[in-house]
Structure formats: C-alpha cells, structure tokens
Design a protein around this ligand. Structure first.
Ligand SMILES: [Mg+2]
Length: 420
C-alpha cells in the first residue's frame, strides 16, 4: 500500500481515467518525431502575454500563448517531464494526459495546457505544411470579425482622481466609440461597471437609480454617436446582484445591445439563467468557464445567450471547438474572450474560422501601439494581422505567424529571456 493519491479519479466529474501509456506507436519517419524541450517568455503588453515554445528533434518548433502568464508559464515549462519524448502530433492524447495527471490544477493548469496545445497545433501545421484552421476542420469564413474592447475616460474602471462622473462622461464614451468605428471595427464593447458614484457600497453589489441612470447615459451617448448597425456590448465584470443587474438590463433594452456581459458572479448559474430569461438583451458569459463539460452546465440551464470561452485558457483550440459544438446544440453563439497578444489572437482566429456559430473574437490591445509589430505573417510579412476590424486568416503553415525577436526583446518582463 502507498499513501500516494489516486490521480486516476477525475476531480470534478468529466470523463473517466484512461490508460494513455502506449509503449510503441508507428508512424512514417517524417512524422515520427519527439518533443525535446519547452521554453517560455513573458511579454509586457497591457496584460502579461505568455509565450510557450515547444521544440522537437525534427527541424520544427511550435509557438503558443497562454493566459495568466506569471503562473501558467512556470507550470508549462515543468510539463516537460510529462511530454519529453512524446510525439507532438498526438495533440488530443497529450491534452488528456495532462488533464489526468494534473486534474486538480484548476485554471492555472488549463492555461498552461492551452498554451502548450496551441504550440502543438503550430508544430502539426508546419509538419503537414497546412494552416491550423485546416487541421481544425476547415473554414466557414476567410475573415474573422474582431470586436474591439474600448474605453471611455480612463481604462480599467478606476478614475484616479477627481469626480469619476467627470471622467466617465457620455462624451468620452461617444468619442472613443467614434474613433474605434472610424478605424473600421463593426463591433465593440465598453466596460459599464466603472465606479462613478463614490457613495455606492460596492461590496454590496447594489446600485441606486441615480448610478444606474449614469450608466444609461453612457450607452445612450454611444448609440447616438455610432447608430444601431454596430454590434455594441457592455461588460459588467460580475459586479452586481441579480436585482441590480436586472434593473440595469431593463433600462438598457431600448439600445439594442449585442450583449450584456458577466452581470453577476461567475459561479451563479441560476442567477445567469434568471437574467437570461428576464431580459431581451442577450446575456454573454464564460470567460472564466473552462472545458466543454462546464459550458454544458451553463447552456443546459439556460444561463447564457452567447458564450465567451477564453482562447488562451479554456483548454485549447480543440476544446474551444467542442465548446462551440455543445453551444450549437442549444442555439448559443460564441464571442471568444481574448486579451492576448498577436499569437493568441491568431490562434483564436484559426479556431473561430472553423466554428459555424461564431459572432466575433475579442481584441483587447488597442492601447498597445506595437501589438501588430510583435508578430509577422509568414505568407505576407508586410500585411498587418488585424486590419479594419478583421483578421484575414494567415495561409502560412501552422499558425502562419512568427514573433519578431527585436520587438519581443524590447518588451520582455523583468527576468524573462528571449526564446525566439
Ligand atoms: Mg469580460
């Protein structure tokens, strides 16, 4: 007998344990390759963008991006003890292997697995000389619609000084919306949970009518500026009670929002369901939900109209495709959450092209002027990755983009070393 915990038992339901240890696997020589090394680096964007590089014993490596870089990169590097010697083309089996061995690793684990999984798709595409979207099932569309995360006043929702009502003004929201639409975006989103009334008890998650009226004035100003043909989302970042979220939502019904995002705390599936039922405005949620199994819990409970799995932590591109399939069974579309740099965004574009029930993919780096310089398309090095609100799918093998070492080198976080 040993005191070792039995890792064969999944932590939270899911599929039963499988024996994934195969002594020998046969492939032709050109595809008989092995993982030899995992390296990472962290880029200081508006978030920390975690880059994962997987090397092989063939003349090919893969690049991926992970969410929660500070913790997930450390875990991703350590996973070499599990992946060294494995064939990188066995993507689904290797994901299953990591999930089984680290079944209690939560969102950090899922982020690490996702960064690795994206790098494995990059390798596979390069080995087979096709873009990743071909491997994920082929495409429904050539260009992937991007929605732009937009900030009026000051970003991150906290006015630094003065009366926040003079920072988060209707004029500031309207002006930011105008700029983004003029750049070519046909979909955008604002934070609507900005703290504008300092006498509000934020811990209580309730707003009075005056605070709600201010939020309505922000949305009204944006609609007056850009009209009703632009998809407009509003994000509440889980900050409200169900009754306050419902009161906000009812006041916003006349403005035909594309969605109201994360109105109540993420674990409150029943509260999401009641709001989805009570409001005509679509409820979007899911950036903190990982794996198709957990999305099925929300979808089957009627707790979302639009799903927002995070490209870089939901469990991988293959998992995101499974999430899309589950959602499609319930008539739910996908607007994947994405706060990553160009590598993660291109990965998101590849999978977004392959799912039928797609709405738009997030872009959250309008404030980072070198975002597009950090990576180059291998099929058209002079063309931008993101152009006028769309990503035109790269046709180079794998993800079809490579990191510019000079730009990456200028923006590494403290202690991080260049790996490309
Ligand atoms: Mg959000």
């Amino acid at each position: 007998m040993t005191d070792e915990p039995d890792y064969r038992i999944p932590a939270g339901g899911g599929v039963p344990w499988r024996d994934l240890s195969v002594e020998e696997r046969h492939r032709p020589a050109e595809r008989d390759i092995e993982i030899t090394n995992i390296e990472t680096m962290a880029i200081a964007g508006n978030f920390t963008w975690g880059i994962v590089k997987i090397e092989t014993d063939a003349d090919v490596y893969g690049i991926g991006e992970t969410f929660r870089a500070e913790s997930a990169l450390d875990m991703a590097e350590r996973l070499i003890v599990d992946l060294e010697g494995e064939n990188p083309l066995d993507i689904d089996r290797l994901l299953e292997l990591m999930n089984q061995r680290y079944t209690g690793s939560g969102r950090i684990g899922q982020s690490a697995f996702t960064g690795i999984e994206i790098a494995l798709w990059d390798i596979k595409g390069k080995v087979l000389d096709v873009p990743v979207y071909e491997l994920l099932g082929g495409k429904y569309r050539d260009e992937v619609k991007i929605y732009c995360d937009t900030h009026g006043g000051e970003s991150l929702g906290q006015a630094s000084s003065g009366d926040p009502r003079e920072v988060y003004t209707p004029e500031s929201y309207a002006q930011a919306a105008r700029e983004v639409v003029d750049e070519g975006f046909e979909a955008l989103k604002f934070d609507l949970d900005v703290h504008t009334h300092r006498d509000v008890d934020t811990a209580a998650r309730r707003l009075d009518n005056e605070a709600i009226s201010h939020k309505v004035s922000l949305v009204e100003a944006v609609r007056e500026e850009i009209g009703y043909e632009i998809d407009l989302g509003m994000d509440l970042h889980w900050n409200f009670t169900t009754e306050t979220a419902r009161r906000i939502g009812r006041e916003l019904e006349p403005y035909d929002l594309a969605w109201l995002e994360d109105p109540v705390p993420p674990a409150q599936v029943d509260a999401h369901a009641r709001l989805t039922d009570a409001l005509d405005t679509p409820i979007l949620t899911g950036e903190n939900v990982v794996t198709a199994s957990d999305f099925n819990d929300y979808a089957s409970a009627g707790a979302m109209d639009i799903a927002a799995p995070d490209v870089n932590k939901c469990g991988g591109l293959w998992e995101l495709g499974k999430i899309a399939t589950v959602c499609d069974l319930y008539g739910i579309s996908l607007a994947p959450h994405n706060i990553s740099g160009p590598i993660g965004t291109v990965a998101g574009a590849h999978v977004s092209a392959t799912i039928p029930n797609f709405l738009a993919l997030e872009y959250h780096a309008r404030d980072v002027p070198w975002w597009d310089d950090l990576a180059r398309r291998t099929d058209a090095p002079d063309d931008p990755i993101l152009d006028a609100g769309y990503v035109d799918l790269p046709e180079g093998p794998g993800l079809g983009v490579e990191i510019d070492p000079d730009v990456a080198g200028e923006h590494l976080t403290d202690g991080s070393e260049l790996i490309v």
